[in-house]
Design a binder for this molecule. Sequence first.
Ligand code: SF4
Ligand code: SF4
Ligand code: FES
Length: 558
Amino acid sequence: MSELVNVQVDGEWHQFPKGTRVIEACEAAGKFVPRYCYHKKLSSPGNCRMCLIVMGMPKMGPDRKPELDSSGKPVINWMPRPQICCAQDVAEGMGVRTNSPLVDECRRGVMEFLLINHPLDCPICDQAGECQLQEFSVQYGNQSSRFLENKVKKPKNVELGPRVTLDDERCILCSRCIRFCNEIVDDDVLGFIDRGSQTVLTAHPGKRLENNYSLNTVDICPVGALTSTDFRFKMRVWFLKETKSFCTSCATGCNTLIGTREDVIYRQTPRENNAVNSSWMCDFGRLNFAYVESQRRLLEPRVLLENKLSASDWNTTITHAALQLRHFGGSEIAIVASGRMTNEEMWLTSQLARSLNVGFIEIVPRRGPGDDILLSADRNPNTNGAKLFGLTEQPGAKLPAIVEGISTGQVKALVCLGENPTEFGLSTPQLSTLPAFILMDILENQATEFATALLPSCSFAEKRGSMINRTGRLQRLNRAVRPPGSARDDWEILRDIQQALTGSNGVYSIEDVFRQMSENVPALQGLSLSKIGDLGIQVLDTRNNEPSIVNEEGATKS
Ligand code: SF4
Ligand code: SF4
Ligand code: FES
């Protein structure tokens, strides 16, 4: 444990670990200091001056020891000039005043300077509602401007890269975006040019802000200078409902806020989780939600009746799907599940596989280029869950046998859950000859017209459930929007098929599914969906090839 130092904040003494920045110490003591350039995950250049405070150090007596007051605490020698508190660490006996006439005067002065050349276009600015310039202006600024001269005109609507647009005249030159690119992404792409009031942010000659983390600069820009080209002018932020969830576009599972209004997703932004994604997420995952609104969404269940795939109701479709499966058993049935399914769906799939005594079960691997920051080469968000529930040992290993079984006619029933069989080696003529082809998915594809029962299900934003990321952390998905048409929660569809095959199984809610899992799977012992919490819980140690259980909740319960 690091050494503690005594610091006086606004007259009260506190203890903070050595190395704490003064601005963080003030915050821990419940005294918020306004800031622009400071960001706790980046270095502190101390260039905006918004965090000016009064600071002092212990007064030394003639014996070179701190003088003590009547209560035994050091007497503080206050510095006559204000100091910034974002670039300095706490020290023994330090005194801080965050609230004094001098501090108020400094903040008013800094706000006045920052707004001198600002276009004051808040009504049409995308940052309105979450702009620190607006907020601090109200809290700490002047009510009117004394500036009579012409404002300096700076570039507007600059395409800094494919996903980020810059309005230079709103930039307050805090350098957060520059530091983010240099320190987190190691991409030296942004910088300031020109001097004094003419200084502007720009990309270096011949470079564009196009790294896969570029949209994090928009998140950390304290004003409306950097905006997301995708989100810009689409929706006022105060209309957005924010749902805590995580990204399902790779195995990292970056924690997110999904911003929605009236069942439409407008944006995803990263949510801090130091065990997973720090405060960042990649652009690929952030923007990967347009398909939720796709015209190709499957909206109603369909079933093959009299050689025609026709729209039907859920009861009829589930009954027919179960009837089709009843005709087959053992090696005649194959289940191809997805590494994008939740644990709850995987558990129910494993139960279904057991009741049908299926010959083959496998998930489809999904790979792409990864990096050393966050993006994982495994683009399935729940490969660890699939391994835990016995859906796979090595993703994709059994797919050739399944394709071969269908080609030879040995496999007569294929249950495909969230995967398109034409993408793992089956042709549409092969699918058309299958006596039973149960397909659960969200989008229409080349395979859907050959299904004998078609089950429209939910996207990641439309359902609850859990997944285990690449480092073995169990995390919780929350429902941000309602599913379209008659699409249903995947776990309910699987539960109903299982019930149609085996009778009632006592599962009425997703909590019941989790309870069954926690009673049967040691890694989940003692857990529930609500116990997972917003930041997840470590359940597996994946540092070796063979994941081991580290579920502390279960260990304390057992
Ligand atoms: S664009 Fe935003 S983050 Fe970058 S320097 Fe300007 S104000 Fe700061
Ligand atoms: S790194 Fe992976 S989980 Fe994180 S945002 Fe990107 S795709 Fe999503
Ligand atoms: S936050 Fe301290 S100088 Fe900018």
